[in-house]
Design a protein around this ligand. Structure first.
Ligand SMILES: [Zn+2]
Length: 399
């Protein structure tokens, strides 16, 4: 099959006017000018007219469990209050509610042009009941704050639940809810199973206060529920994370947030040259009024930075286009093609899929979307500004 469009944005070279992509099964086999593609390849021609064709978008951080909580929790005075509020909402939800929530989340993500998603779920045992309409990395979100002695067992049970999933990984929730042993066990398992790991790190001022100062609302809240607090009052969250991970496994980590980085943390990163992947969620970040995300500094240290929507408990849609625009408002100096990389090429690399996803290139997966074209001079700017539903998509070669 040949798909022709007014512009093909491959993310693998300059956009191609009057371009085309040849597909065979679930793979891209050729891409270039329509005339050349037509001579080199046979099959049915689908003409998308004036539309722009681009790689499907990849959401690097999401929790579809909470799609049903859109608009349910108003911004709270503190991050700790928000945790209390979402816990109260979660207590009222059943497995059936979560299944519906996840299905609705998939439908919405797809409507906004997302063809692959890194989705954290607190309920890995439900995954075998779900058929995902897009490419999904299921990350089991793991918490052992009330039972740190069960860390290994919690990890192993989650792995067992995810065995039917095509793509999966593990997500120790955060340093304040998952023990060092739990992180360590995930790191041991990751190379054996060849999986990616993800976690929330240095998200809020309260997390920094808890670990570095040994005080504050998050510290008090967790102490009250019985968390051992002997790792508090000394190191920053980043120092603790780097200490817990030992370093070798770092390239497998996709770290969400990283808003609270001390000057000493930057020095540590610079000195140690240690890197992992980072996900920023601009609209969820704005909802929480977190400290400014240090994009420029992390970028100049060479970190691979992606965008994600986070959950609808702190965001109002699963649109990565809206996420790109929110990012552009806070970082107006970053070019729109760099921003588009943050939802295509960069998350593909974070998921260890840099040779299969994120670009339109022969041999890559046929995950494509099309959007209405405009007279915009810069096709990348046009894509970032796109503010509608997607009406044409191919996922894994299927229209
Ligand atoms: Zn999250």
């Amino acid at each position: 099959m040949i798909i022709r469009a007014r512009t093909v944005v491959t993310m693998d070279g300059p956009p191609i006017d009057n371009g085309a992509v040849a597909l065979s099964g679930n793979k891209v086999v050729d891409v270039g000018k329509f005339d050349e593609i037509k001579t080199r390849n046979g099959g049915e021609i689908v003409d998308l007219g004036e539309r722009a064709l681009l790689p499907g978008l990849i959401n690097a951080h999401c929790h579809l469990d909470y799609t049903c909580l859109r608009g349910e929790i108003s911004p709270q005075k503190s991050f700790t209050d928000w945790i209390r509020a979402i816990n109260a909402k979660k207590a009222k939800l059943s497995s059936k509610d979560y299944l519906t929530s996840i299905d609705e989340g998939f439908a919405e993500a797809k409507r906004f042009g997302t063809t692959a998603i890194a989705n954290l779920t607190a309920f890995p045992e439900l995954v075998s009941q779900i058929t995902s309409p897009i490419r999904t990395w299921w990350f089991a979100e793991l918490i052992d704050v009330r039972a740190p002695e069960r860390a290994n067992e919690i990890v192993d049970l989650a792995i067992e639940s995810l065995k039917s999933a095509q793509n999966w990984g593990l997500a120790p929730h955060a340093l304040f809810t998952a023990s060092k042993d739990l992180y360590r066990h995930c790191e041991e398992v990751a190379p054996q199973k060849n999986i990616v790991l993800t976690t929330h790190l240095a998200e809020s001022r309260e997390e920094m206060e808890m670990f570095h100062e040994g005080s504050g609302p998050l510290y008090e809240f967790l102490k009250r529920i019985g968390r051992p607090m002997d790792d508090c009052g000394n190191e920053t969250p980043l120092e603790l994370f780097l200490g817990a991970s030992g370093g070798r496994g770092l390239p497998r980590w996709i770290v969400a947030h990283l808003n609270e980085i001390a000057e000493s943390d930057f020095e540590l990163l610079e000195r140690s040259k240690r890197q992992f992947h980072v996900v920023h969620s601009p609209r969820s970040h704005a909802y929480f009024k977190h400290s400014r995300f240090p994009f420029e500094r992390l970028h100049s240290l060479g970190f691979n930075i992606c965008l994600g929507t986070d959950s609808l408990a702190s965001n109002d849609s699963l649109s990565l286009f809206a996420e790109m625009r929110a990012f552009q408002r806070s970082e107006p100096g970053i070019s729109p093609d760099e921003i588009l990389k943050m939802v295509t090429v960069n998350p593909a690399m974070a998921l260890n899929q840099e040779n299969t996803l994120g670009r339109i290139r022969p041999g890559f997966c046929a995950d494509l979307i099309a959007i209405q074209s405009s007279e915009h001079d810069n096709p990348f700017e046009h894509i970032v500004q796109f503010d509608a539903s997607i009406d044409w998509m191919v996922v894994n070669g299927k229209m």
